[in-house]
Design a protein around this ligand. Sequence first.
Ligand code: TXA
Ligand code: MG
Length: 349
Amino acid sequence: MEKEGQKVLAINTQLRQANEKTIREAGEIIRQGGLVAFPTETVYGLGANALNGEAVAKIFKAKGRPADNPLIVHIASISQMKHLVQEITPLMERLMHQFWPGPLSIIVKSSEVVPKIVTAGLETVAIRMPNHPVALALIRSAGVPIAAPSANISGRPSGTLAEHVWRDFNGKIDWILDGGASQVGLESTVVDCTTRHPLVLRPGGVTYEELLRIEPNMRLEITSKQQQPRSPGMKYTHYTPEAQVILVEGQTIAEIKDHLTSVIRNQTGKVALMGVKEVISDIHADNKFVAGRWDNLTEFAGNIYKIFRTCDQNGIDKIYVHSVPEKGLGIAIMNRLRKAANRIYKGEV
Ligand code: TXA
Ligand code: MG
């Protein structure tokens, strides 16, 4: 990975346990235009002062992120939001009231205060108030909103532990605040509030069903391969470990077990199987990761990226994973698994 022969210029990255003192110091680094990775309840973020274009440019460089993929701006209070946006509509108010702080990013018309590099030149900006004490304290301590994508090299699984962030960014960023494991484990739900009917551009930690309860007109964007997604980030390869990912789909536990058993048989190389207990417990695999339960997908969602990264560290060649019902968190889980998959198996020969 280190092809740039610039090791002499590497930054001396500090990995610190989050506490009052380190959060204060990290806030100072953000204010001075540096990069700090920090925990949120969804995944770790790679943060810079959202009002400083030069600082934000460093995020794109460190991640290797395409310049046309805008960032989410993180805030700690509604008053901080007011000067970033052109208006706050009644719908936005209802969403903020119900889901903030929490895993929901709201896309709104941006004010001229937000540098164009943050929004990748769009007229809109994504804003989120994270539900994590360290993230909120950091934003308050910095005294500015913090632009932050997920803390991973572009295309790789998002980091859900400080250790993941360290592996991707040691030598490339100033600080990493360790606040333990991210609880949700998948990124926030992104909702566009600038369209006639609000639209979910990326399913995530807040479920579609929860959103419908607040706004019955909410739509869910289902993009076919031909369509241009409205959330620029959704068109890129994402969340992929180095191992090949084979996604095995089916409608019922029995059907999935059937498909898995036949597709995993006679595999060569170092193979891993991940999934819920009900599906994988009696299928043989040398490396098995029981990641949750069929009827409660919270644990599964929280474990996906962690298992992908563990597999890479252990030199796994192929990861077999199975589908889950597309409701609740299952919508976000299937979105990420399909993007990560090199191959999708639905029972064909
Ligand atoms: O949970 C999360 O959302 C994490 C934590 C750190 O907050 N952040 C995160 O950021 O996942 P990132 O950059 O990995 O994903 C942001 C997504 C991308 O798909 C991006 O294209 C989309 O949000 N996005 C950001 N601003 C947008 C805008 N103005 N219009 C449409 N999509 C936007
Ligand atoms: Mg990301």
